[in-house]
Design a protein around this ligand. Structure first.
Ligand SMILES: C[S@@+](CC[C@H](N)C(=O)[O-])C[C@H]1O[C@@H](n2cnc3c(N)ncnc32)[C@H](O)[C@@H]1O
Ligand SMILES: [Zn+2]
Length: 352
Protein backbone atom coordinates (compact mmCIF):
# COMPACT_ATOMS: atom_id res chain seq x y z
CA UNK A 1 0.00 0.00 0.00
CA UNK A 2 1.20 3.50 -0.84
CA UNK A 3 2.56 5.46 2.13
CA UNK A 4 1.08 8.96 1.78
CA UNK A 5 2.32 11.71 4.10
CA UNK A 6 1.40 15.33 4.65
CA UNK A 7 3.84 18.00 5.75
CA UNK A 8 3.26 21.76 5.47
CA UNK A 9 1.39 22.41 2.21
CA UNK A 10 2.64 19.18 0.58
CA UNK A 11 1.12 15.68 0.26
CA UNK A 12 3.70 13.16 -0.78
CA UNK A 13 4.71 9.52 -1.03
CA UNK A 14 7.80 8.25 0.77
CA UNK A 15 8.13 4.65 -0.49
CA UNK A 16 11.62 4.06 -1.88
CA UNK A 17 13.26 7.05 -0.20
CA UNK A 18 14.28 8.32 3.19
CA UNK A 19 11.88 10.52 5.16
CA UNK A 20 12.45 11.64 8.73
CA UNK A 21 9.38 13.33 10.26
CA UNK A 22 11.58 14.44 13.19
CA UNK A 23 13.24 16.93 10.80
CA UNK A 24 9.95 18.82 10.50
CA UNK A 25 11.24 21.72 12.62
CA UNK A 26 14.39 21.93 10.50
CA UNK A 27 12.28 22.17 7.33
CA UNK A 28 9.75 24.61 8.91
CA UNK A 29 12.60 26.97 9.78
CA UNK A 30 14.10 26.47 6.31
CA UNK A 31 10.87 27.68 4.69
CA UNK A 32 10.66 30.68 7.04
CA UNK A 33 14.30 31.59 6.30
CA UNK A 34 13.72 31.28 2.55
CA UNK A 35 10.80 33.67 2.85
CA UNK A 36 12.79 36.09 5.02
CA UNK A 37 15.68 36.05 2.54
CA UNK A 38 13.43 36.24 -0.57
CA UNK A 39 15.28 33.44 -2.34
CA UNK A 40 14.95 33.24 -6.12
CA UNK A 41 16.77 29.97 -6.88
CA UNK A 42 17.34 26.91 -4.71
CA UNK A 43 18.97 23.49 -5.04
CA UNK A 44 18.02 20.71 -2.64
CA UNK A 45 21.19 18.74 -3.41
CA UNK A 46 20.20 15.58 -1.49
CA UNK A 47 16.44 15.47 -1.85
CA UNK A 48 15.25 11.91 -0.98
CA UNK A 49 11.42 12.24 -1.28
CA UNK A 50 11.79 15.90 -2.33
CA UNK A 51 9.83 17.20 0.65
CA UNK A 52 12.29 19.97 1.54
CA UNK A 53 12.56 21.42 -1.97
CA UNK A 54 8.84 21.04 -2.65
CA UNK A 55 8.00 23.00 0.49
CA UNK A 56 10.50 25.67 -0.58
CA UNK A 57 8.72 25.96 -3.94
CA UNK A 58 5.18 25.91 -2.62
CA UNK A 59 5.38 27.60 0.78
CA UNK A 60 8.30 30.00 0.25
CA UNK A 61 7.32 30.64 -3.40
CA UNK A 62 10.88 30.23 -4.74
CA UNK A 63 10.43 30.39 -8.54
CA UNK A 64 13.36 28.13 -9.54
CA UNK A 65 13.77 24.99 -7.44
CA UNK A 66 15.91 21.97 -8.37
CA UNK A 67 15.60 18.63 -6.56
CA UNK A 68 18.51 16.23 -6.86
CA UNK A 69 19.20 12.75 -5.57
CA UNK A 70 21.66 10.08 -6.71
CA UNK A 71 19.18 7.27 -6.13
CA UNK A 72 17.05 6.39 -9.19
CA UNK A 73 14.25 5.18 -6.87
CA UNK A 74 14.26 8.55 -5.06
CA UNK A 75 14.22 10.38 -8.40
CA UNK A 76 11.20 8.43 -9.61
CA UNK A 77 9.49 9.22 -6.36
CA UNK A 78 10.38 12.93 -6.66
CA UNK A 79 8.79 12.93 -10.15
CA UNK A 80 5.55 11.43 -8.79
CA UNK A 81 5.51 13.83 -5.81
CA UNK A 82 6.02 16.87 -8.04
CA UNK A 83 3.11 15.75 -10.22
CA UNK A 84 0.86 15.11 -7.23
CA UNK A 85 1.52 18.67 -5.97
CA UNK A 86 1.33 20.25 -9.43
CA UNK A 87 4.82 21.69 -9.03
CA UNK A 88 7.11 22.37 -11.98
CA UNK A 89 10.45 22.07 -10.13
CA UNK A 90 13.40 20.57 -12.00
CA UNK A 91 14.28 16.99 -10.96
CA UNK A 92 17.85 15.74 -11.43
CA UNK A 93 19.28 12.28 -10.75
CA UNK A 94 22.97 12.89 -10.25
CA UNK A 95 25.77 12.58 -7.78
CA UNK A 96 25.50 15.87 -5.87
CA UNK A 97 29.22 16.53 -6.20
CA UNK A 98 29.00 16.18 -10.00
CA UNK A 99 25.97 18.49 -10.26
CA UNK A 100 27.57 21.05 -7.92
CA UNK A 101 30.68 21.13 -10.12
CA UNK A 102 28.64 21.43 -13.31
CA UNK A 103 26.30 24.23 -12.32
CA UNK A 104 25.95 27.28 -10.11
CA UNK A 105 22.88 27.88 -7.97
CA UNK A 106 22.00 31.01 -6.00
CA UNK A 107 21.22 28.83 -2.97
CA UNK A 108 22.54 25.36 -2.22
CA UNK A 109 21.08 23.26 0.60
CA UNK A 110 22.98 20.24 1.93
CA UNK A 111 21.00 17.77 4.03
CA UNK A 112 22.95 14.50 3.88
CA UNK A 113 23.04 11.37 5.97
CA UNK A 114 25.60 12.27 8.65
CA UNK A 115 28.42 14.60 7.73
CA UNK A 116 28.19 17.24 4.96
CA UNK A 117 32.00 17.47 4.79
CA UNK A 118 32.36 15.47 1.57
CA UNK A 119 29.98 17.88 -0.24
CA UNK A 120 31.24 21.15 1.20
CA UNK A 121 33.97 21.72 -1.33
CA UNK A 122 31.68 21.35 -4.38
CA UNK A 123 28.81 23.18 -2.67
CA UNK A 124 31.10 26.12 -1.85
CA UNK A 125 31.99 26.33 -5.56
CA UNK A 126 28.39 26.10 -6.77
CA UNK A 127 26.60 28.40 -4.29
CA UNK A 128 26.50 32.06 -5.31
CA UNK A 129 24.44 33.75 -2.60
CA UNK A 130 23.53 31.29 0.16
CA UNK A 131 24.69 27.95 1.51
CA UNK A 132 22.47 26.06 3.96
CA UNK A 133 23.97 23.06 5.77
CA UNK A 134 22.62 20.34 8.04
CA UNK A 135 25.03 17.99 9.85
CA UNK A 136 23.66 15.05 11.82
CA UNK A 137 27.09 13.71 12.86
CA UNK A 138 27.09 15.51 16.19
CA UNK A 139 29.31 12.87 17.87
CA UNK A 140 32.36 13.73 15.70
CA UNK A 141 31.54 17.47 15.70
CA UNK A 142 31.04 17.78 19.42
CA UNK A 143 34.07 15.74 20.48
CA UNK A 144 32.48 12.39 21.39
CA UNK A 145 34.21 10.71 18.38
CA UNK A 146 37.48 12.60 18.38
CA UNK A 147 39.31 11.00 15.44
CA UNK A 148 36.27 11.04 13.19
CA UNK A 149 35.90 14.75 13.99
CA UNK A 150 39.51 15.41 13.08
CA UNK A 151 39.18 13.52 9.77
CA UNK A 152 35.89 15.04 8.69
CA UNK A 153 36.44 18.62 9.80
CA UNK A 154 40.22 19.01 9.92
CA UNK A 155 39.86 20.36 13.45
CA UNK A 156 40.23 19.08 17.00
CA UNK A 157 36.86 18.91 18.71
CA UNK A 158 36.54 18.78 22.47
CA UNK A 159 33.83 17.37 24.68
CA UNK A 160 33.08 20.20 27.12
CA UNK A 161 30.00 21.70 28.81
CA UNK A 162 29.62 23.82 25.65
CA UNK A 163 30.10 20.92 23.20
CA UNK A 164 26.94 21.77 21.23
CA UNK A 165 28.29 25.19 20.29
CA UNK A 166 31.75 23.70 19.77
CA UNK A 167 30.19 21.39 17.14
CA UNK A 168 28.43 24.23 15.36
CA UNK A 169 31.60 26.32 15.27
CA UNK A 170 33.74 23.44 13.98
CA UNK A 171 31.31 22.95 11.10
CA UNK A 172 31.31 26.72 10.44
CA UNK A 173 35.10 26.70 10.56
CA UNK A 174 35.34 24.12 7.79
CA UNK A 175 32.79 26.02 5.69
CA UNK A 176 34.74 29.30 6.11
CA UNK A 177 37.97 27.62 4.98
CA UNK A 178 36.37 25.80 2.02
CA UNK A 179 34.81 29.08 0.84
CA UNK A 180 37.99 31.10 1.38
CA UNK A 181 39.91 28.80 -1.00
CA UNK A 182 37.52 30.08 -3.69
CA UNK A 183 37.82 33.76 -2.66
CA UNK A 184 34.41 33.65 -1.01
CA UNK A 185 33.39 34.99 2.39
CA UNK A 186 30.54 33.81 4.59
CA UNK A 187 28.28 35.54 7.06
CA UNK A 188 26.19 33.17 9.18
CA UNK A 189 22.59 34.41 9.43
CA UNK A 190 21.20 31.63 11.62
CA UNK A 191 22.86 28.71 13.37
CA UNK A 192 21.09 26.26 15.65
CA UNK A 193 21.78 22.92 17.26
CA UNK A 194 18.54 21.04 17.77
CA UNK A 195 18.03 17.42 18.87
CA UNK A 196 20.98 15.67 17.19
CA UNK A 197 21.87 17.96 14.36
CA UNK A 198 23.57 21.26 13.55
CA UNK A 199 21.92 23.56 11.03
CA UNK A 200 23.39 26.75 9.61
CA UNK A 201 22.38 29.36 7.02
CA UNK A 202 25.29 31.23 5.43
CA UNK A 203 25.18 34.34 3.27
CA UNK A 204 28.05 34.37 0.76
CA UNK A 205 29.98 37.06 -1.05
CA UNK A 206 32.68 36.71 -3.68
CA UNK A 207 35.70 38.84 -2.81
CA UNK A 208 39.25 37.87 -1.95
CA UNK A 209 39.43 40.80 0.47
CA UNK A 210 36.20 39.75 2.22
CA UNK A 211 37.49 36.16 2.38
CA UNK A 212 40.70 37.37 4.07
CA UNK A 213 38.61 39.31 6.59
CA UNK A 214 36.38 36.28 7.12
CA UNK A 215 39.39 34.12 8.01
CA UNK A 216 40.23 36.58 10.77
CA UNK A 217 37.19 35.11 12.56
CA UNK A 218 38.87 31.70 12.72
CA UNK A 219 40.54 30.67 15.93
CA UNK A 220 40.93 28.20 18.77
CA UNK A 221 39.59 27.55 22.25
CA UNK A 222 42.00 26.79 25.08
CA UNK A 223 39.97 24.85 27.61
CA UNK A 224 40.69 23.83 31.20
CA UNK A 225 38.92 20.55 32.03
CA UNK A 226 39.62 21.01 35.75
CA UNK A 227 37.73 24.28 36.31
CA UNK A 228 35.78 24.70 33.04
CA UNK A 229 37.32 28.06 32.11
CA UNK A 230 38.18 28.75 28.51
CA UNK A 231 40.07 31.35 26.48
CA UNK A 232 39.57 32.29 22.83
CA UNK A 233 42.74 32.46 20.73
CA UNK A 234 43.35 33.64 17.19
CA UNK A 235 46.64 31.76 16.90
CA UNK A 236 47.33 28.14 17.95
CA UNK A 237 49.64 29.25 20.77
CA UNK A 238 48.09 27.99 24.01
CA UNK A 239 49.54 28.93 27.39
CA UNK A 240 49.32 25.26 28.37
CA UNK A 241 48.10 25.88 31.90
CA UNK A 242 44.97 27.50 33.33
CA UNK A 243 45.23 31.03 34.69
CA UNK A 244 42.65 30.23 37.42
CA UNK A 245 43.51 26.78 38.71
CA UNK A 246 46.87 26.08 36.99
CA UNK A 247 45.41 22.85 35.55
CA UNK A 248 46.64 21.53 32.20
CA UNK A 249 44.66 23.02 29.29
CA UNK A 250 43.62 21.47 25.95
CA UNK A 251 43.36 23.21 22.59
CA UNK A 252 40.30 22.82 20.33
CA UNK A 253 40.00 24.05 16.74
CA UNK A 254 40.49 25.60 14.32
CA UNK A 255 36.93 26.82 14.56
CA UNK A 256 34.76 29.82 13.77
CA UNK A 257 34.80 32.55 16.43
CA UNK A 258 32.76 35.11 14.46
CA UNK A 259 29.07 35.92 14.67
CA UNK A 260 26.68 33.03 14.18
CA UNK A 261 23.31 34.83 14.27
CA UNK A 262 21.86 37.81 12.42
CA UNK A 263 19.13 39.07 14.76
CA UNK A 264 17.38 41.17 12.11
CA UNK A 265 16.99 38.28 9.61
CA UNK A 266 15.98 35.87 12.39
CA UNK A 267 13.31 38.32 13.57
CA UNK A 268 12.00 38.50 10.01
CA UNK A 269 12.02 34.67 9.73
CA UNK A 270 10.08 34.45 12.99
CA UNK A 271 7.29 36.51 11.48
CA UNK A 272 7.26 34.16 8.47
CA UNK A 273 6.85 30.99 10.55
CA UNK A 274 3.60 29.15 10.07
CA UNK A 275 2.18 27.64 13.29
CA UNK A 276 5.21 26.06 14.93
CA UNK A 277 5.49 27.09 18.58
CA UNK A 278 8.74 25.17 19.12
CA UNK A 279 10.37 26.75 16.06
CA UNK A 280 9.19 30.19 17.18
CA UNK A 281 10.72 29.77 20.62
CA UNK A 282 13.96 28.47 19.11
CA UNK A 283 14.25 31.43 16.73
CA UNK A 284 13.49 33.85 19.54
CA UNK A 285 16.31 32.35 21.62
CA UNK A 286 18.73 32.55 18.68
CA UNK A 287 17.72 36.16 18.03
CA UNK A 288 18.37 37.21 21.63
CA UNK A 289 21.61 35.41 22.39
CA UNK A 290 24.67 37.63 22.78
CA UNK A 291 27.57 37.46 20.38
CA UNK A 292 30.12 35.77 22.67
CA UNK A 293 31.49 32.34 21.71
CA UNK A 294 30.73 29.35 23.97
CA UNK A 295 28.97 29.38 27.36
CA UNK A 296 29.14 28.23 30.97
CA UNK A 297 26.86 25.59 32.46
CA UNK A 298 25.17 27.04 35.53
CA UNK A 299 24.86 23.68 37.29
CA UNK A 300 28.50 22.71 36.63
CA UNK A 301 29.66 25.97 38.19
CA UNK A 302 27.39 25.46 41.23
CA UNK A 303 28.64 21.89 41.61
CA UNK A 304 32.26 23.06 41.62
CA UNK A 305 31.45 25.86 44.08
CA UNK A 306 29.36 23.45 46.13
CA UNK A 307 26.33 25.74 46.22
CA UNK A 308 22.67 25.30 45.31
CA UNK A 309 21.83 26.86 41.92
CA UNK A 310 19.76 30.06 42.08
CA UNK A 311 17.95 31.57 39.10
CA UNK A 312 19.91 31.77 35.82
CA UNK A 313 18.15 35.00 34.88
CA UNK A 314 19.46 36.64 38.04
CA UNK A 315 23.02 35.56 37.20
CA UNK A 316 22.57 37.06 33.74
CA UNK A 317 21.23 40.28 35.23
CA UNK A 318 24.17 40.51 37.66
CA UNK A 319 26.64 40.08 34.79
CA UNK A 320 24.85 42.68 32.68
CA UNK A 321 24.87 45.12 35.62
CA UNK A 322 28.65 44.60 35.85
CA UNK A 323 29.02 45.67 32.23
CA UNK A 324 29.33 42.29 30.56
CA UNK A 325 27.29 40.90 27.68
CA UNK A 326 25.18 38.02 28.99
CA UNK A 327 22.15 36.03 27.88
CA UNK A 328 20.63 32.60 27.77
CA UNK A 329 21.27 30.50 24.68
CA UNK A 330 19.26 28.04 22.62
CA UNK A 331 22.23 25.62 22.80
CA UNK A 332 21.43 24.63 26.39
CA UNK A 333 18.72 25.51 28.88
CA UNK A 334 21.18 25.59 31.80
CA UNK A 335 23.70 27.81 30.06
CA UNK A 336 24.96 31.33 30.61
CA UNK A 337 26.37 32.91 27.47
CA UNK A 338 28.68 35.80 28.26
CA UNK A 339 31.95 37.55 27.48
CA UNK A 340 32.76 37.60 31.20
CA UNK A 341 35.68 35.51 32.49
CA UNK A 342 34.94 32.53 34.73
CA UNK A 343 35.83 34.41 37.95
CA UNK A 344 33.17 37.08 37.21
CA UNK A 345 30.60 34.43 36.31
CA UNK A 346 31.34 32.64 39.59
CA UNK A 347 30.86 35.91 41.50
CA UNK A 348 27.52 36.49 39.77
CA UNK A 349 26.46 32.87 40.46
CA UNK A 350 27.28 33.29 44.16
CA UNK A 351 25.29 36.51 44.51
CA UNK A 352 22.25 35.40 42.48
C1 LIG B 1 19.10 12.55 4.66
S1 LIG B 1 18.50 12.16 3.09
C2 LIG B 1 17.80 13.69 2.54
C3 LIG B 1 16.57 14.09 3.27
C4 LIG B 1 15.81 15.24 2.67
N1 LIG B 1 16.65 16.39 2.39
C5 LIG B 1 14.64 15.60 3.55
O1 LIG B 1 14.57 16.75 4.09
O2 LIG B 1 13.76 14.76 3.73
C6 LIG B 1 19.95 12.03 2.11
C7 LIG B 1 19.73 11.68 0.66
O3 LIG B 1 20.97 11.82 -0.01
C8 LIG B 1 21.02 10.90 -1.07
N2 LIG B 1 22.43 10.77 -1.48
C9 LIG B 1 23.42 10.07 -0.87
N3 LIG B 1 24.60 10.28 -1.51
C10 LIG B 1 24.34 11.14 -2.52
C11 LIG B 1 25.15 11.77 -3.51
N4 LIG B 1 26.46 11.55 -3.56
N5 LIG B 1 24.55 12.60 -4.37
C12 LIG B 1 23.22 12.85 -4.33
N6 LIG B 1 22.41 12.29 -3.41
C13 LIG B 1 22.96 11.46 -2.51
C14 LIG B 1 20.38 9.64 -0.53
O4 LIG B 1 19.89 8.86 -1.61
C15 LIG B 1 19.27 10.24 0.37
O5 LIG B 1 18.06 10.27 -0.32
ZN1 LIG C 1 41.34 25.77 35.38
Amino acid sequence: MMNLQKEGAISFETDGAFYNPKMLLNRDIGVAMARALSLTEYLDALSASGIRGMRMAKEAGIPAVTLNDVSPAACELIGRNLKRNELSCEAVCSNANVLLHQRHFQTVDLDPFGSPSSYLSAASRSALSYLFITATDTAPLCGAHYYSGVRKYMARPLRTDYHREMGARILLGLAARELARLDKAMQPVLTHVTDHYVRTYLRLSKSAKAADKCLESMGYVEHCPACGSFALLHEPRPKGSCEYCFGKTILAGPLWLGKIQDAEIIRRARTELVSSARAGKLLQNCECEVDAPMYYDHHSICERLNITPGKIDEVIEALTMSGYKASRTHFCGLAIKTDAPLCSVEEAVKTA
